[in-house]
Design a protein around this ligand. Sequence first.
Ligand SMILES: NC(=O)c1ccc[n+]([C@@H]2O[C@H](COP(=O)([O-])OP(=O)(O)OC[C@H]3O[C@@H](n4cnc5c(N)ncnc54)[C@H](O)[C@@H]3O)[C@@H](O)[C@H]2O)c1
Length: 257
Amino acid sequence: MMNNYRFTDKVAIVTGGARGLGKATALLLAQQGAAVVICDVRRELADNAVDEIIDKGGRALSYAADISNANDVEDLVASTVDYFGTVDILVNNAGIMRTTSPAESIPAEEWSGMFDVNVTGVFQCMKAVLPIFKERRSGKIVNVSSSAGRSMSTFNGAHYTACKAAVLGLTRHIANEAAPYNVNVNAVAPGSFATEGGLELVAGAPPEALEAEAKKIPMRRFGKPEDHANLVAFLCSEESSYITGATVDINGGDLMM
Ligand SMILES: NC(=O)c1ccc[n+]([C@@H]2O[C@H](COP(=O)([O-])OP(=O)(O)OC[C@H]3O[C@@H](n4cnc5c(N)ncnc54)[C@H](O)[C@@H]3O)[C@@H](O)[C@H]2O)c1
């Protein structure tokens, strides 16, 4: 495994790390020396991702947890500390996407279910690590929002747009509270990436339609999970130590603000 050891001795939790953007992030952090805890509701996929890291010489642990459940999140952080000794990095990546549109057709349970994961889950994970980060006076949090939170979603419904905008507000508020403790809290706003979750949203669409969507992006392609992972790793590193409360766009020029 190629390794520049940017994260030697660091312990990272990546939520939703079993596949897609989260998995690419978990693999990169592990490649760069971090011990990684992959938290996901998809237990088998999380185990597979952990095996992949260990096979490449990295350190990783799989943890089956639902971030919308406060007890699960507390256990996740306690188990991480038990197993690896501490936690230094939280990548709040887990999220769900739904196409239901127009707004008046969104069932109440789908609305609240999406907020439970995409907003409350993100908050609960930050709440669980912040006491550790503040006491040690160091720590990195990266919250995965979306271009949807900066503008509006292309493929998802209004609930997704609202959740991802809420993540940006949460990021700024907690960044302000945590900054005096030398804790960085930032958000990333990915555009369109052809992950498993992203492709499920457009399941059934002909390949030509997807190709046409990609061509609308100024860089003429969807993002690769590795593009995203590189940005997240930068925001988890000491190289970004004076960046906090920021939202960093990564969208091939699709949304310029
Ligand atoms: N793919 C895109 O184009 C895109 C664009 C913008 C933002 N995002 C955001 O990036 C993040 C990752 O997206 P992706 O495309 O990799 O999605 P994905 O569906 O491929 O992966 C998401 C992972 O999160 C896990 N997960 C879902 N709910 C969970 C929960 N309650 N607790 C724990 N784990 C849970 C899933 O099991 C899955 O492994 C999401 O927050 C998504 O909203 C994705």
